[in-house]
Write a protein that binds this ligand. Sequence first.
Ligand code: SF4
Length: 374
Amino acid sequence: MRISYSSFETYNNCPLKYKFQEIDKIKTPKSKEAVFGSVIHGTMKFIHTPGILSPTMEQAMEHFSNSWNPVVFENEQEERAAFTQGVRIIQDYYKRNNPADYNIVKLESRFAIEIGEEGDKHIVSGIIDRVDRTDNGFEIIDYKTSKKMPTQQDVEGNVQLSVYLHAFLSQYPEEISNIENLKVSLYFLKHGVKLSATRTKEQLESNEKMFLETIKLIQESKFEPNISPLCDWCGYQRNCPMWKHKFKEERKIDTEEVNASIQEYIDLKSAMNLTKERIGKLQEDILSYMDQEEVERVFGENGIVSRTLRKTYKYDDKKVKELLEPIGKWNDVLKLDPTALKSIFPVLPSSVQREVEKAKVLDKETKSLGVRKK
Ligand code: SF4
């Protein structure tokens, strides 16, 4: 199959969004963040396009201003704030960088690389914002206009940069022997911060494997929705079973009866939680009262409360093992503890984590109702 890096990222954020976008091809208007990002990216390209003289900051501002699209913003205030932010980004960029200092090799360069084995090949495509020649190698740079900054550790494992390096190496294969001098960087324009890392051949291989695993999930039509803060920016809420009901006009049935049932269920569930808390507190008080009175039963107007002592036992693992192992029965009583597995999972090597994940099979499926009260 053919997959772009951005749709791979979409799948990893929410498989159902990928389906709406890439398979059902449902069109949504471009978000204001996406529009802002493309105007800034266009300006960065303008700043670094090789010429006799590099553009001055004023020329870059003019370019930015001419590419500005005010239509996507909800009101004038929002539009002015975004425009001012764009101006600040350009000013800050010129404060920290002299465009003439860089030896630009490629700008907004499209790629399409082949991954996978014979008989199961796939094409990954994308656009690399910028490639610079450095003193001892190259630097691949991707501009980000997001507010959130990742940690250095995130950049070390960033899949996008690994894919871009892979694509770069497909065009400059001889540079593989110089891999330690091939820098991959994310430039956070809103913060004026560039975070860089390098990759090893092993990292590139494991990155490819991860990509192939995602492709397999897509081919198996695994398109579960994934609720996350990103839903706030998703243009498919009206199509998505996790959000659709929020829009009254999208409901097939919208009777008073069904709305009352939902309301009552939410109220009862929260009353139940409050009751549970209150029962816990009353239990404590009554147990302490029983101790003071030196009694095991207390009498109320409406009934009797009794204290019973319940004991639970556990076996001495070592002793039981010594008894069962010689007669070949020890393995029969051993069972994988999912809680213990979950707690050691983060410290497992990533290759083992992936294999453990693959070993997961559906045990049983039940439906329950969760409630989040407004
Ligand atoms: S609204 Fe959220 S869960 Fe639904 S498709 Fe979009 S990102 Fe996925």
